[in-house]
Design a protein around this ligand. Structure first.
Ligand SMILES: Nc1ncnc2c1ncn2[C@@H]1O[C@H](COP(=O)(O)O)[C@@H](OP(=O)(O)O)[C@H]1O
Ligand SMILES: [Mg+2]
Length: 273
């Protein structure tokens, strides 16, 4: 097999594409009769592939993956060796091998993703992310920072149309229906944080709002791509998103076109400030 690209953004794209191919193969091979088995196999196959390739091609870097044992406990006293090493590392890959696991296990759904992000201590951006790729295997697409997608055209679908707000199809924030009504927006339920942020990047929707729980790996790669594209990304109180923190919980975020940020942050302040 030939070597992967050396530049980090292109390497992230390569890795997300490879994992995506394996996930598509797994779906075709296993079918959808046993959703639980398909979800577990998807998480495992993608995690192991990404872990193996990172160990081979980026041996000096630390990794934070959703599927690492104890990944969610990194903030407690029970820190393991892996979580300690990432806190002193210069470079940390933040991985969600399969985001939108539920949708992956449902036939016909394309709203699931592979997330590969790179955090660096010397990054200039406040979020610390220097490269990222979001693979959307069932949409035959990988969005990545090596070739940043164009900023989405304003009001895709026609000037004057209603705003479109992407939200979790299974766990939308409780305040979102009222907020959408207030700003005159239509809610677009979708699975996977990566698929929703990709929909903002491509202009299919205008914004993604989430609250109530998430982890760094759910948003690192898509936020790297969104901000490289020029979109707004922050916590819902407007503060900066931060990655490779001791506590990997990152429970809420807003990703939207930059021209909508003030209006949506003001609405968020009224509804949950
Ligand atoms: N309240 C919550 N607490 C923890 N994780 C949450 C959450 N709401 C959403 N997530 C995670 O965010 C990702 C996108 O969720 P959704 O599809 O509902 O928008 C999913 O990642 P995974 O599929 O990697 O587990 C999901 O587990
Ligand atoms: Mg996830």
């Amino acid at each position: 097999m030939s070597s992967p690209p050396t530049a980090d953004g292109a390497f992230a794209r390569w890795l997300a594409a490879r994992a995506g191919q394996e996930l598509l193969r797994l779906r075709a091979e296993m079918g959808f009769a046993d959703a639980g088995a398909l979800k577990s196999a998807g998480d495992k196959v993608s995690h192991e592939l990404i872990r193996t390739e990172l160990a081979r091609w980026r041996p000096g870097d630390a990794v934070l993956s959703e599927e690492d044992e104890g990944s969610r406990l990194a903030w407690t006293a029970e820190v393991n060796e892996a979580s300690i090493s990432r806190l002193t590392a210069e470079r940390v890959w933040i991985i969600d091998p399969l985001d939108g696991t539920r949708e992956f296990s449902e036939e016909g759904r394309a709203d699931w993703a592979v997330h590969v992000a790179l955090w660096a201590r010397d990054a200039s951006a406040s979020h610390g992310l220097v490269a990222g790729a979001v693979g959307l295997p069932a949409q035959q697409q990988v969005l990545a920072t090596d070739v940043s997608p164009a900023y989405p055209a304003e009001a895709v679908g026609g000037a004057g149309r209603r705003l479109r707000l992407a939200a979790s199809r299974s766990r939308p924030p409780v305040f979102l229906t009222d907020l959408a009504e207030e700003v005159g927006a239509e809610l677009v339920p979708m699975g996977s944080a990566g698929a929703k942020i990709a929909a903002v990047v491509t202009g299919e929707v205008d914004a993604y709002i989430h609250a109530g729980g998430q982890y760094e790996w759910d948003s690192a790669a898509p936020v790297a791509v969104a901000t490289a594209t020029g979109l707004h990304a922050s916590r819902i109180d407007g503060s900066a998103l931060k990655y490779n923190e001791a506590d990997p919980r990152l429970p809420d975020l807003l990703v939207c076109r930059a021209d909508l940020a003030n209006r949506l942050l003001a609405a968020l302040h009224r509804h949950c400030g």
